[in-house]
Ligand binder design. Structure first.
Ligand SMILES: Nc1ncnc2c1ncn2[C@@H]1O[C@H](COP(=O)(O)OP(=O)(O)O)[C@@H](O)[C@H]1O
Ligand SMILES: [Mg+2]
Length: 346
């Protein structure tokens, strides 16, 4: 676990981390380059400067963005994340800037945009390279004037928000191809934070692995441990998916009953810096099948409970909806251990 240096950005992040987190997060303790990021965050804490966060997918850009917000005077305000790649391009302008009633077909009522929700807080524009050129122009204007109008609207809305953008793309190359506006690039890139890939800060792996282990043990009610051999293996992997991949591997180790065999499977592949993503061995495929079965049972149980609830436990109707015989339905209810509300203990 992290020793938890009393860095203000670090502390603020731990508080911001949500109740499901075991804090403190080992974010800026582990490696000199991460410590530098911690210092940058502290030095810009009392400014509203735009920040561009760069780094491969899974390195922790979202966490860094949250840390910037949490260290700033805006920490009590909203932190609004918009993933520019996740929203269809045609809807992005309305998502960001809102629209007035009747602005386009289907705009039945006025809708504020995320920029408005981020007022007095921070807006985090993830995957900024995906922003279409027309919107890049609008964003540039907003960054200059901090005012804009909703789609189909005339009045100008003033906003007070800090903009953080992130990308895993080569923006300079996109700029050279004419896909990213140079003026927006320079406007966003006032402070640039480059989050290094995990393979360039391997010193952090043991701390991160231990932290994820504690988190998932608590979450899944397990008491798994990592042997020194496992730790060596984890430390030597290339982690092309970065911290996100490490997190998922540890989750798998904790959740799977034969987690140690997963580790043996990693070992069998041989530890080297360029090893492929460690996937469970055939031994684990066995239990993956079990997991799939359990998943199917869970899904069945959930559907059954939902339908029964909906038809107020009218079993004849439920059996019609679920297209099973009455008898099968009764068996399933029994198998799944479902009880009608009247018989449930209060
Ligand atoms: N230093 C860290 N400590 C704990 N968890 C981390 C750390 N860095 C990344 N993570 C976790 O790894 C995953 C990926 O991080 P994220 O910030 O979403 O990456 P990115 O935005 O760069 O793709 C998240 O689940 C995040 O909580
Ligand atoms: Mg992200």
């Amino acid at each position: 676990m992290s020793a938890g240096h009393p860095r203000s950005a670090h502390r603020a992040l731990a508080q911001d981390g949500g109740s499901d987190r075991i804090d403190p997060l080992p974010l800026f303790d582990g490696h000199p380059r991460m410590q530098t990021i911690g210092s940058i965050i502290e030095s810009i804490a009392d400014t509203d400067t735009t920040v561009l966060i760069r780094g491969e997918s899974g390195v922790g850009k979202d966490l860094v963005a949250r840390a910037v917000h949490a260290a700033s005077a805006r920490r009590e305000g909203p932190f609004v994340k918009v993933n520019c790649a996740a929203i269809p391009q045609g809807l992005l302008e309305s998502e960001l800037f809102g629209h007035e009633k009747g602005a386009f077909t289907g705009a039945h009522r006025r809708k504020p945009g995320q920029f408005e929700y981020a007022n007095r807080g921070t807006i985090y524009l993830d995957e900024i390279a995906e922003l279409p050129l027309a919107l890049q122009a609008k964003l540039l204007h907003v960054l200059q004037d901090f005012r804009f109008s909703r789609l189909g609207g005339h009045g100008l809305i003033d906003i007070d928000t800090r903009v953080i953008a992130a990308t895993n793309q080569n923006l300079e190359a996109a700029m050279a191809r004419g896909e990213f506006r140079g003026d927006l690039y320079y406007r966003l890139n006032v402070v640039e934070i480059r989050v290094p890939p995990l393979r360039e800060r391997r010193e952090e792996i043991p701390t991160l692995a231990a932290w994820f282990l504690a988190k998932f043990n608590a979450q899944y009610g397990r008491a798994k441990q990592l042997s020194p051999e496992t730790m060596t293996l984890l430390t030597e992997y290339s982690w092309s998916g970065n911290v996100r991949e490490l997190e998922n591997v540890i989750r798998r180790l904790v959740v799977l009953t034969d987690g140690e065999q997963t580790v043996e499977a990693l070992a069998a592949r041989g530890p080297n810096g360029h090893a492929p993503v460690p996937h469970p061995s055939p031994v684990v495929t066995e239990s993956l099948r079990d997991i799939a079965r359990r998943g199917a049972r869970e899904a069945e149980r959930k559907a059954l409970a939902e339908v029964l609830e909906r038809v107020r436990w009218n079993r004849a109707e439920a059996s019609r909806i679920l297209k099973v015989s009455y008898k099968t339905l009764l068996n399933k209810i029994c198998e799944c251990g479902l009880t009608p509300p009247s018989r449930r203990a209060l």
